[in-house]
Design a protein around this ligand. Structure first.
Ligand SMILES: CC(C)(COP(=O)(O)OP(=O)(O)OC[C@H]1O[C@@H](n2cnc3c(N)ncnc32)[C@H](O)[C@@H]1OP(=O)(O)O)[C@@H](O)C(=O)NCCC(=O)NCCS
Length: 158
């Protein structure tokens, strides 16, 4: 899967493709660049084991977005059960935020989730609730952490 698509606020094409092993170093950097808060920077370090959980063999998907051969965005989908999947590692590097790349990532994951017959997509977010609401996700509750702020739990039917 390689898709070349224009984005709304940037006069160039972006490449949307599946994660490859050679991307590992860059996506760890990207994860840090877009880190949301201290708690997440401690517990959410990307590892090979976490990437395996979102691999196609486990009912998942991991995609990256390239601009000028540099990975500037990513997003993944993890299988929870036969009907439910979860968005993970949705990140766009600050320089490219607000240009439509996050939207393209979510749309690609949603269409893949539909192909795999998932009925709903969930996600947890601390500061991007409005982003998900714009994409049709509904707020369904809070996940509380002992060491930091709450995450909003968001959900959308596929
Ligand atoms: C959240 C994130 C993935 C969005 O990606 P993006 O490429 O910036 O998003 P888009 O440009 O597609 O934005 C779509 C809409 O959502 C809005 N939006 C994006 N991020 C937002 C945020 N954090 N809060 C409120 N609104 C936001 C945009 O303004 C835009 O609105 P518009 O269509 O009226 O212009 C990106 O900003 C990011 O990586 N943030 C840091 C990490 C993060 O919060 N990840 C979310 C998972 S917890």
């Amino acid at each position: 899967m390689v898709v070349s698509t224009p984005i709304k606020k940037l006069d160039i094409q972006v490449i949307l493709r599946k994660y490859q092993k050679k991307d590992f170093k860059r996506i760890v950097e990207l994860d840090k660049e877009a880190q949301i808060n201290q708690r997440q920077s401690k517990i959410d370090l990307l590892t090979d084991a976490k990437i395996t959980k979102v691999s196609p063999k486990n009912g998942g998907l991991f995609i990256v977005v390239e601009v000028d051969k540099e990975v500037v965005g990513m997003g993944a989908m993890k299988r929870i059960d036969t009907k439910t999947c979860e968005l993970e590692y949705v990140r766009v590097t600050p320089k490219y935020q607000g240009m439509g790349i996050g939207t393209i990532i979510i749309q690609k994951i949603e269409s893949h989730a539909a192909k795999l017959h998932y009925g709903r997509i969930k996600c947890f977010t601390c500061q991007a609730r409005k982003f998900y609401e714009k994409l049709g996700y509904a707020y369904i509750g809070e996940k509380k952490y002992s060491d930091g702020p709450c995450d909003s739990i968001m959900e959308k039917k596929v």
